[in-house]
Design a protein around this ligand. Structure first.
Ligand SMILES: [Zn+2]
Ligand SMILES: [Zn+2]
Length: 116
């Protein structure tokens, strides 16, 4: 037993007391009945938009491309039109939010789930 040599330079690793496996955290989609999750929050936000395929309030001013998210529209404008300024796209506030729409941050939970 040598407890003093555990200097691997990393941050302290939490372990699942049940099986000794390291605990990682994943972000979860909060859409009912959906069990999509990812180690990063961005893919979850992007994935979550697929539950509301018709809600795309952000519209490109150059080509009418639209999307649900400000950052992806801005990315589109930068890539396609070399313009990521505020004038490159617009937010259409007249588009009604779909039923069940919730502004949210993906929930962060241990993955795999800790069995007790
Ligand atoms: Zn989902
Ligand atoms: Zn465009």
């Amino acid at each position: 037993m040598d407890c003093t040599s555990a200097s691997n330079g990393g941050s302290p690793m939490f372990q699942n007391p049940a099986n000794g496996q390291p605990i990682t955290y994943h972000y979860f989609c909060n859409f009912p009945t959906c069990d999509y999750h990812s180690a990063r929050s961005d893919p979850v936000k992007r994935h979550r938009d697929t539950h509301y395929p018709d809600y795309k309030p952000y519209t490109c001013n150059y080509c009418q491309a639209s999307s649900a998210r400000r950052d992806s529209t801005r990315e589109h404008c930068l890539k396609q039109h070399k313009d990521d300024s505020e004038n490159a796209f617009r937010y259409d506030s007249t588009i009604p939010k779909p039923e069940g729409w919730i502004a949210y941050e993906p929930k962060r939970c241990p993955w795999p789930p800790v069995m007790v």
